[in-house]
Ligand binder design. Sequence first.
Ligand code: ZN
Ligand code: ZN
Ligand code: ZN
Ligand code: ZN
Length: 319
Amino acid sequence: MAKAKVGKKITGIAVDLPECPVCLETMSAPIFQCQSGHSLCHSCSKNLCPAICPICRQPMTQMRNWQLEEIIAKANVPCPNKSYGCVYTMTSEGVDEHLRECIFREMVCPLGAVFGKCSWTGKLKEMMDHFKDRHPQNCNINTETEVEFNNISIHEDERFVYLVSQGKLLFIVTMKIDTLQNIAYWVIQHIGSKNMAQQHIYEIHITSKQDNRRKVVFIDHCFNDSYTADGVYRLGKCGILPLKVLTHFILNKKFSFQFYIKRNPAGPKNKVEKMTGTYENKQPFKGYKGPKPKGPNNQQHRNPTPKSGRSKSPFNARH
Ligand SMILES: [Zn+2]
Ligand SMILES: [Zn+2]
Ligand SMILES: [Zn+2]
Ligand SMILES: [Zn+2]
């Protein structure tokens, strides 16, 4: 058996995960052995030229180390962003999946990804400051205030993207007018884990500027930012209006909508996302003070207060 270097702890079992003697990384499948049984990771063994073991100079073989592969597959490893503060642990197979949604990963500016205008990269906690600094018109909106547009047309493609914070969490609000597909859509995404996204529900309230008896409300759960807004639209799980309908909500190119985001106290009813890991120190959600599920009170929305309108949300669980 390989004289393995001491590596990462396996949670629950007092064993240290062996590292590849060549690259010193935790080995992952497939793991091949030399004739006398030393194990190397796949990329190191395949790059050996000639194919002899760097420890004992015996030829490498095609023999797999199945037991070691199994131990490593079952072991919990810490997030590679642990040094930045991530407390998440997962099986080694779940690392890639977690890294796509780890809130401590290096992020790109959501506007850069959409418009290609901003090349900012940084950590999530710096993102709001970046927006305030470089994209102030794309972040100075609060949930429950009206988002106003003064020059909107259903004949021009438009995409509006806003970064909003709720408690410590960040969300991206997207509204898009797509003249090719003849639709407008609204999507709210949480920047973070799928699980946290699933625990948040949003409402989009659109009241016609022509006739305030005409109103649509979309309610859905958030997706996380591993999807693009267009990706969520393609799933069909967001607020969608045909442009022919939207036109009855616009008056003299003026249009507005309101949105609310709330933590769903019950959590997702049917857990569609399979959790592949755990947060060991679960932080309570700061902005939310206990379950206060109230039925939507549509009366409050019949006469929307214009502009200054911080009208009361059915989601108003905070003060
Ligand atoms: Zn290696
Ligand atoms: Zn060897
Ligand atoms: Zn992480
Ligand atoms: Zn930016």
